[in-house]
Write a protein that binds this ligand. Structure first.
Ligand code: ISE
Length: 303
């Protein structure tokens, strides 16, 4: 129906591709438009919470890109507004929950085929980032995906975190790569390598180490090429190549959910994930282990 972007050229191109009937000057005008039934927020992270609150004030369902907000206090404002409404209208775009490979990993974990999980090893490597990307964003914009997926896979909360710094890559971020340690309520530990300027490709990995065996996250397999005495296989340049199906499946189930029950990550999940990344940002600065304390989970967010 309508599309908004501060960059008019991009707005026009996106409106044409999506068949949008009008381009609106700003997000709040779009949310106000009586023809708009539901809203997808994909704006810069610090603007998310206010757009989502505007949707709630008008009773419109909203799919908001992750993170719900870069700081937990803003996520909490959204949770409180939704509690006041008494029904869930917010979905947070943690699209990995819709990725068939993570889905398979979760099914295998839940089946108990490999026994209880003991450790998770995760890798999150990007080719590079624009020069406005900061070390804090490596945590609250990038690693927030692992924070959410680890909570979802193990169905428990993260209670303590620590950031271990390594030798930074020359010419990159002041702290890149970094290693995150996430300790779950059960004692299971997840380690996450985050390397924003890894250069060679977009590479997301996870291995769950369980009592009887391990489960490796797969990935879509591009054709492998044998040539000049070598075998090679390509990496996508960014997340669109790796998670295209996850985004499509997420959008399809969000659209279906508009006439049924909510799906995907809730505002509470957005709040929980950002509370963890807030603690990680504190540890990034101090190097110390930091405890994570969540508000009590309201009934609205119990499944
Ligand atoms: C980006 O915003 C994303 O959401 C990607 O999925 C993630 O891999 C990347 O690190 C983020 O910057």
């Amino acid at each position: 129906v309508a599309l908004s972007d501060p960059d008019l050229g991009r707005a026009e191109a996106a409106a044409e591709a999506a068949g949008a009937r009008r381009i609106v000057a700003d997000g709040l005008t779009l949310i106000d438009d009586p023809d708009v039934d539901a809203v997808l927020v994909a704006s810069p992270d610090p603007t998310h919470a206010d757009f989502v609150l505007a949707c709630l004030a008008r009773g419109k369902p909203v799919l908001c890109e992750k993170p719900l907000a870069p700081r937990a206090e803003d996520c909490l404002r959204v949770v409180r507004a939704e509690l006041e409404l008494g029904r869930r209208l917010v979905q947070v775009g943690f699209m990995r929950r819709f990725d068939p490979f993570y889905g398979h990993l979760k099914d295998t974990l839940d089946s108990g085929a490999c026994g209880q999980p003991l450790l998770l090893h995760c890798v999150h490597r990007n080719v590079s980032a624009p020069d406005w990307f900061t070390s804090e964003m490596a945590v609250n914009n990038s690693a927030v995906h692992e924070v959410d997926i680890v909570r979802w896979l193990l169905a428990e909360e993260i209670e303590q975190v620590q950031v271990i710094r390594s030798v930074p890559k020359r010419g990159g971020l002041p702290r890149d790569p970094i290693l995150l340690l996430l300790r779950m309520a059960s004692g299971v530990v997840a380690d996450v390598e985050v390397f924003i300027h890894a250069a060679y490709g977009y590479d997301i990995r996870m291995e769950a180490v369980c009592e009887e065996g391990t489960i490796d996250l797969g990935r879509p397999q591009p054709p492998s090429i044998r040539k000049a005495l070598a075998v090679s296989d390509a990496f996508p340049a960014d997340w669109r190549g790796r998670f295209g199906d996850a985004y499509r499946l997420q959008l399809q189930s969000w659209v279906r959910s508009l006439s049924g029950a909510p799906v995907g990550a809730s505002a509470w999940d957005g709040y929980a994930a950002t509370t963890v990344t807030d603690a990680l940002v504190r540890s990034l600065q101090s190097g110390d282990a930091v405890s994570v304390t969540l508000e009590p989970r309201p009934d609205l967010y119990r499944n």
